[in-house]
Design a protein around this ligand. Structure first.
Ligand code: AMP
Ligand code: MN
Ligand code: MN
Ligand code: MN
Length: 282
């Protein structure tokens, strides 16, 4: 696989198997149309779309890495760890992800109860209606329901006024541990990547601890160019990658043509002084 930083790689996106709105096949076609050469589908806590994504990528002559985005609780915060190049049939990761998904149904019912208390009935059924995979009901599906109901203009407004800490519909949840997530990914032959580090509400000391601990347990990369980062954050996390010796990843985090700010493959290139995460795959 190419070692060049200018490769159009998009190594983070979501399908109907988690909280995206396109099928793996539709995503593959969209990625191809946007000039992507190396693609990974990284559904939340779920590898169920991998075979379809790989087949579609192969048919379109795109290189493909099996991927996943694992929900983790670390220092009381939710952080996301992307796994790239995993064996999607590996029993250890499949079992770990199954357990990680387990609490989602109950959490969704508790979220709906809270929304009912602020005068929004039917949110559980409403959100479930948007979920392509009933094992993976997420806040995104609730957000789409609230937009459909006219409670908010768009999903961005939802995540400002609902479903987040101190707002109606927020239910704290304990996801996988960081150590477990990295272990599952590594044991399945993949590379662990900290997703969108710029999004976490951690102070500088906590971030330092996160990067050091992640590295200690075998984490190899961080996302530098992502749809969740500002241009200023591209620079910040490029420096972090160099400072801690991480490989650098690039991914749009595309979910939906109307919701997502950045389309598949339509991101700035990785800065050429960084070592791309795809250099780890041959
Ligand atoms: P969950 O895994 O159920 O907690 O849902 C997390 C998902 O909600 C993320 O993967 C995003 O797709 C979406 N999300 C979280 N925060 C925001 C936000 N501020 N704006 C838009 N989408 C968000
Ligand atoms: Mn998502
Ligand atoms: Mn994420
Ligand atoms: Mn994502």
């Amino acid at each position: 696989m190419s070692r060049f930083s200018t490769l159009n790689a998009d190594l983070h996106c979501h399908s109907v198997v988690s909280d995206g709105t396109l099928t793996p096949e539709q995503l593959a076609e969209r990625a191809k149309a946007n000039g992507v050469h190396l693609w990974a589908l990284t559904d939340h806590d779920e590898l169920g779309g991998q075979q379809r994504a790989r087949l579609a990528a192969n048919a379109l002559k795109m290189d493909y890495l099996a991927g996943v985005e694992i929900s983790v609780t670390w220092m009381g915060q939710t952080i996301h760890i992307v796994g790239l190049g995993v064996d999607a049939d590996h029993v250890g990761i499949l079992e770990g992800l199954r357990r990680t998904r387990e609490g989602r149904g109950n959490r969704a019912k508790l979220m709906a109860e809270q929304l009912l208390q602020v005068g929004i009935p039917g949110a559980y059924e409403g959100a479930l209606h948007f979920a392509g995979n009933h094992d993976l009901i997420s806040r995104t599906h609730f957000a789409r329901f609230l937009v459909e109901q006219g409670v908010c203009r768009d999903t961005e407004q939802v995540f400002k006024n609902y479903l987040v800490e101190d707002k109606p519909g927020f239910v704290p949840h304990r996801w996988a541990t960081l150590d477990d997530a990295v272990t599952w990914i590594t044991a399945a032959g993949g590379v662990a990547v900290i997703a969108h580090p710029g999004r976490y509400k951690l102070n500088a000391m906590q971030m330092d601890e996160l990067f050091k601990h992640f590295k200690d347990i075998g984490g190899l990369a961080i996302e530098v160019i992502t749809g969740s980062h500002s241009p200023e954050q591209y620079l910040t996390y490029g420096k972090i990658a160099q400072q801690y010796g991480f490989l650098a990843s690039r991914g749009s985090d595309f979910h939906d043509p109307n919701e997502s700010h950045i389309d598949l493959g339509r991101l700035p290139h990785l800065p050429d002084h960084l070592t791309p995460v795809w250099s780890a795959f041959h």
